[in-house]
Ligand binder design. Structure first.
Ligand SMILES: Nc1ncnc2c1ncn2[C@@H]1O[C@H](COP(=O)(O)OP(=O)(O)OP(=O)(O)O)[C@@H](O)[C@H]1O
Ligand SMILES: [Mg+2]
Length: 267
């Protein structure tokens, strides 16, 4: 095992029937860093994360977490915490009961439930039924569950979807603080400007293949003349991997007489 890498993906392939979702990919996620996982819809991000957690079986290849396969981890929730599907809790349970159930099953005390509720800002609403929570609250519960086992590695699949600006900043600060303490974050998102503020390095997928890996600065440099945003670099890297093309020519233009949708002029 390399001590520098928390996650090692080695020649991972995942097929669903005839569908090749992940096509022989290899990359490493360095320890003590935030690594962003980007790629167009259907690129294979969630599938790769599910394989990391043993939720899907690889068709071939392997993934090591701290040098071991997930199934060989003695206490997996202490090694890796994950949020893959924010709606994956029982709707009739309160956040508190949901987290208490997980805590019991991994041997964490009740006090740890209180801690993660406090960390995720859910303390005051924790006893309400989960079905009554907003989308953002559901995301927070998912993140709270991921943190329960005090894991060394955090895997978050689009954690900021549906979060309010405070929540988005909170996830950013959580990721950075987590990495600063020597632990590891692997986070997917479609929000380029948010990723730019959060990650140290990136893995970019397209159609089941790795398109690029590197530090944030390295990736940004791939965008062109040295002054690019992550979005510019991302667009360039993925232009042949998106499932749709940017072509607005089929949209009829508004002629000057049909200006019922015209916006008021700025003064
Ligand atoms: N259980 C499944 N059965 C069949 N096909 C699947 C299954 N899960 C994923 N796929 C397919 O595998 C490919 C990769 O999907 P995946 O969800 O990993 O992409 P993603 O990068 O997470 O996309 P998004 O950004 O939309 O979340 C897609 O073509 C998807 O339709
Ligand atoms: Mg996904």
């Amino acid at each position: 095992m390399s001590m520098d890498y928390s996650i090692e993906v080695k020649n991972l392939t995942k097929k669903f029937g005839d569908k090749l979702a992940v096509d022989n990919i290899s990359f490493n996620v360095p320890k003590g860093k935030v690594t962003g996982f980007l790629g167009p819809n259907g690129a294979g991000k969630t599938t790769t994360m599910r394989c990391m957690l043993g939720l899907d079986n690889a068709t071939s290849g392997e993934i090591l977490l701290n040098g071991k396969k997930y199934i060989n981890l003695q206490n997996p929730m202490h090694v890796v915490g994950a949020m893959i599907d924010a709606t994956a809790f029982h709707k009739s349970r309160s956040a508190y009961n949901h987290l208490k159930f997980i805590a019991d099953s991994i041997g964490e005390p009740k006090s740890r439930v209180d801690e993660v509720l406090e960390m995720t800002g859910l303390t005051s609403v924790a006893k309400k039924n989960a079905g009554k929570y907003s989308l953002g609250m559901g995301q927070r519960i998912g993140i709270a569950a991921a943190l329960l086992g005090k894991p060394e590695i955090l895997i978050l699949d689009e954690p900021v979807n549906g979060l309010d600006p405070e929540g988005v900043k909170w996830v950013r600060d959580l990721c950075k603080g987590f990495a600063k303490s020597g632990r590891t974050v692997f986070i997917s998102s479609h929000l380029m400007s948010e990723m730019e503020q959060t990650v140290d390095g990136l893995v970019i997928l397209g159609r089941g293949k790795v398109l690029a890996t590197g530090s944030l600065d390295d990736i940004k440099r791939l965008g062109g003349d040295g002054n690019e945003s992550l979005e510019d670099a991302y667009m360039k890297l993925t232009e042949s991997s998106v499932e749709y093309k940017t072509d607005f020519s089929a949209i009829p233009s508004l002629d000057s007489t049909s200006d019922s949708l015209a916006l008021p002029k700025l003064q």
